[in-house]
Design a protein around this ligand. Structure first.
Ligand code: FEO
Length: 175
């Protein structure tokens, strides 16, 4: 039986993952407006990845016989100054998510919920990758600076990222 405190914290984090998906979709839309179609595709794929994260929480809460609670999403920022600014915002966001995951891990230990602790370890590892990926792109954008040709090439490269469907990575829910 999951504790009320742990359940509330998991539901709050479910909202954070959905909000993350929404945030990256807003970034994708802003890139589309600027005709950076590759960056837009990358952000759209990131949106898909966040939906996978959210659905992992969704299914886990149900697996623990907890009540899934869908909270309201907030409106998102719609404009950024440059691709560098977008990815810096993404990194800042991921650092916030990492800190929230660590809070959940701390709580799972405090209430001796080892099943939730094990579930969360996947996210601890995933956040390392999430932050590293955003950092790498920021470094490339800083090297490129205002070189239009470099931006064109990076846009094309990031556009190769394929979309992730929630069911593909998370697996279909149990029958
Ligand atoms: Fe689901 Fe990018 O953290």
């Amino acid at each position: 039986m999951i504790s009320d405190r742990m359940l509330k914290a998991l539901n709050d984090h479910l909202n954070i993952e959905f909000q993350s998906a929404y945030y990256y979709l807003a970034m994708s839309a802003s890139f589309l407006r600027e005709d950076f179609n590759g960056f837009a595709q990358w952000m759209r794929a990131q949106h898909g990845e966040e939906m996978v994260h959210a659905m992992k929480f969704y299914d886990f809460i149900d697996d623990r016989d907890g009540a899934i609670e869908l909270q309201a999403l907030q409106g998102e920022q719609s404009e950024w100054d440059s691709p560098l600014h977008v990815f810096e915002s993404a990194l800042e966001h991921e650092r916030m998510v990492t800190s929230k995951i660590y809070d959940l891990v701390d709580l799972s230990l405090e209430v001796r919920d080892h099943a939730t602790n094990t579930f969360l370890q996947w996210f601890v590892t995933e956040q390392v990758e999430e932050e590293a990926t955003a950092s790498d792109i920021i470094q490339q954008l800083k090297l490129i600076g205002n070189d239009g040709n470099g931006l064109f090439m990076l846009d094309r490269e990031l556009g190769q990222r394929s979309g992730i469907e929630a069911e593909d990575e998370a697996g279909a829910p149990p029958a």
